[in-house]
Structure formats: structure tokens, C-alpha cells
Write a protein that binds this ligand. Structure first.
Ligand code: HEC
Length: 379
């Protein structure tokens, strides 16, 4: 047996002005539980209804603050306690670096909380039914009419009096809204079996389709994926070659393009006899030489190559490059030292390119001459 209960008395008006006036009058008459429904937002309605500002903002604020605290605490724990690691010289608790993420988490939690709270608390989910759903009144106010309704729950409610008020305001239609207690309990609940079944089917079908497309369909030729092509990873055993190594050494007697092998490895004297500096001293080559010398050689040899190391005993001090020995060496002999290293001095062949090495040597020659100037140099 269905039980019909009066939910509200409602009235329809034809113009926005009429609904504003009606809202004002209903509010002035002292009704508290009343509502206005219009097809689009009508300006000045909040004022006419004397609506208080929504409390949703407070929820958003609280959850936002909570998000900010969680973000700072999370990052602080991670970088300061769980995995303390110096990054870019920053302290473990580097607040300025946390600001972007804190901001993002604050905004994210506040906005997600706003939506969830709005749906769960304000719209009373899981109940998605409302007495005005599927009524003449709702059909009109969601189309071209403006409606106001006074709920039967209102302390002052008296159907006849509300009807009189509506009539005096010039309502075009007055409709009582009834609702069905049984409906609210069954139809309105989103957890009713039929709906849950529907939801489950939607979830399974869409998950299945997504899986099928992303994991099966897209791997059927002609789709090919570079990451899954046959290849040899670094350090991985290869079945291609008998020795199990994925890479091949250059064939004996061949030289890679653009690369000149160094012939005098371990034979500095031979290098000194055979290698000739291909560069001539000019502003460009001397600048290049000074730049490389200052960066790669001066920490040990000193800016003037006097052997005054800046490493303060962390590395054996080299001899001066102004000795007669080095001054009498050919460029090729110095080239051999830079390329191969000498005793405790390591090779600089990885850091200084061949042409930069020759430029460095021109610069060393300049230093040698500057610190050993002869009378005739002044002429
Ligand atoms: C890490 C410190 C260090 C750096 C950097 C360094 N050297 Fe040396 N160098 C030495 C030491 C130490 C010796 C002496 C090695 C020995 O005992 O024979 C030396 C020796 C030399 C010699 C031979 C000197 C002699 O009297 O036998 C030359 C020439 C030379 N370095 C040139 C260079 C040039 C050019 C660079 C820059 C590309 C350079 N070095 C960078 C430490 C360094």
C-alpha cells in the first residue's frame, strides 16, 4: 500500500521579476523552509531569499589546511628522517623547495573535499531521490517557468494560507507536491540491488575493454612497440655471438671515423721526436690554451706553471714547467705528458681534446717566455 505525504505547496511564475518578488514575500511572511527553482541563475535571488553564505567554504578551508600540513610533514619526514640525503646543498628540511608541492596538495585536497562533501553531506548520498523529482513542478521550472515552494515541514505551514499567499502574488499555477515514503526508501537509494548490479556491469565491462585494448589489441601487428623489440641491454648476455658479449671490438687494423689513435702511448721520447704542434700562436689559440690550462692544469701547476699547487698538500706538488728541461722539450714531448700522464700525474686525454692540448702547449710556451724574458725580447 503506497503512502502519499504532502511534501510542499509550490507555485509557478512566468517572469524572473515575479519570482524575485515572490521569494521576498515568502521570506517576509516568515517561512523558513522554502526554496526557489529557476531554469537559470536569477540575479539577486540570494538577497531576496535572505540566504546565508554556504558553509562549504569552511570545510574546504579545513581540509586544505590539513592537506598542507600533510604535505609538509610528508616531505619533511621523507627528506629529513626516512632518506636524509643532501640534494643541491639544501638542508634536510628545505621549506622553500617544499612550497610548490605544498601548494598543489592544498589545492587538490581542498577541491576534492569540496566535491565529496557536497555530494555526501549536502546532497545526502547514497539517497539520490528528492520529492520534487519527476513532478509537474520540476518539469516546468527546468524549462521556462520560475517556481517557489514552501515545505510542509515548516513550523508555520498551513496549506490554505500558503495557497492564499501564492495567489495574492499572482502565481500562474499552484501545485501541491506529494511524495511516496516507499519511493524514498527504495527508488532513491543508489545501493538498491538493480543499480549496484548495473554499476558492477559498467565497471567490469569498461575495465575489461580497457585491459583488452591496452594489453592485447595494441600488441597485435601492425602495432609494434620499440621497448619490446629484440635488443641487448647493457651488461646483458647476448646469444648472438659465441663469446656472449653484445658488443664487438673494432676489427684489427681499423680506425673509427673521426678518431685518430695515439701512436706513441708509453713512448714519450718518440712522441717528442715525431709530433709537431699543428697550431700557431695567435689570440684565438692562446686564449683557448689559457682557458684549458687554467681549468685543467693550474690547480696543480699554478696559474703561472711555477708548480705552486692550490691543492695544499692533497696531491704531490709538480715541478715547475719553467725548468730548462721542459723549456728544451719539444711540443710533442709535452703532448706526450698530457696524453699519457707521467708518474703521479694522470692522463688528461679524456678531459682535454687533442687540439686543446696543442693550444695548452702554446700557452705554456708563452708563460715560459714571459717568465724568462731575455734582453732581446724587449726590442
Ligand atoms: C692533479 C695534479 C696535476 C694536474 C691537474 C696536471 N698535472 Fe702536470 N704534473 C703533475 C705532477 C705531480 C707532475 C710531476 C710528475 C712526475 O713525478 O714526473 C706533473 C708533471 C708535468 C709535466 C712534466 C714536468 C717535468 O718536469 O717532468 C708536464 C709538462 C705537465 N705536468 C703538464 C701538465 C699540463 C699541460 C696539465 C694540464 C693539461 C697538467 N700537467 C695537469 C700534476 C698535475
Amino acid at each position: 500500500m503506497q503512502e502519499k505525504v504532502l511534501y510542499a505547496m509550490s507555485a509557478l511564475f512566468d517572469t524572473p521579476d515575479a519570482i524575485i518578488q515572490a521569494a521576498e514575500s515568502v521570506q517576509k511572511a516568515g517561512y523558513k523552509k522554502f526554496d526557489v527553482n529557476t531554469p537559470y541563475p536569477v540575479h539577486g535571488m540570494d538577497n531576496a531569499m535572505k540566504l546565508k553564505p554556504s558553509t562549504l567554504g569552511y570545510f574546504a578551508f579545513i581540509i586544505g589546511i590539513f592537506g598542507a600540513i600533510m604535505a609538509v610533514a610528508g616531505m619533511g619526514y621523507l627528506t629529513g628522517v626516512d632518506y636524509p640525503n643532501v640534494m643541491g646543498g639544501k638542508p634536510f628540511f628545505a621549506l622553500p623547495a617544499f612550497i610548490p608541492i605544498t601548494f598543489e596538495v592544498t589545492v587538490l585536497s581542498a577541491s576534492v573535499a569540496t566535491v565529496v562533501i557536497m555530494i555526501a553531506f549536502f546532497f545526502k548520498l547514497p539517497n539520490n531521490s528528492h520529492p520534487v523529482h519527476n513532478t509537474e513542478y520540476m518539469k516546468n521550472v527546468s524549462d521556462d517557468k520560475f517556481g517557489v515552494l514552501v515545505e510542509a515541514k515548516d513550523a508555520m505551514f498551513d496549506a490554505a494560507k500558503v495557497e492564499d499567499l501564492f495567489r495574492s502574488l499572482g502565481a500562474s499555477r499552484i501545485i501541491p507536491i506529494y511524495y511516496d515514503l516507499e519511493d524514498i526508501r527504495t527508488v532513491g537509494n543508489i545501493f538498491r540491488p538493480k543499480f549496484v548490479l548495473f554499476l558492477a556491469i559498467v565497471v567490469f565491462v569498461s575495465a575489461g575493454l580497457t585491459y583488452g585494448v591496452l594489453n592485447r589489441l595494441l600488441f597485435i601487428p601492425p602495432f609494434t612497440w620499440m621497448v619490446y623489440q629484440p635488443r641487448v641491454n647493457a651488461q646483458q648476455k647476448s646469444n648472438m655471438f659465441a663469446d656472449g658479449s653484445g658488443m664487438r671490438n673494432p676489427v684489427d687494423g681499423t680506425v673509427a671515423r673521426g678518431w685518430m689513435p695515439y701512436r706513441y702511448s708509453g713512448k714519450p721520447d718518440e712522441a717528442g721526436l715525431n709530433l709537431v704542434n699543428p697550431l700557431i700562436p695567435n689570440t684565438h689559440t692562446l686564449d683557448l690554451g689559457k682557458k684549458n690550462f687554467d681549468v685543467y692544469c693550474s690547480p696543480c701547476h699554478g696559474y703561472l706553471a711555477k708548480g705552486d699547487s692550490r691543492l695544499r698538500g692533497q696531491f704531490p706538488n709538480p715541478p715547475t714547467l719553467h725548468s730548462d728541461k721542459v723549456r728544451n722539450w719539444t711540443d710533442g714531448r709535452i703532448y706526450a705528458v698530457i696524453t699519457d700522464g707521467q708518474n703521479s700525474m694522470p692522463s688528461y686525454s679524456r678531459l682535454v681534446s687533442p687540439s686543446d692540448r696543442w693550444a695548452v702547449i702554446l700557452y705554456i710556451r708563452e708563460l715560459q717566455r714571459a717568465l724568462n724574458a731575455k734582453q732581446e725580447d724587449l726590442k
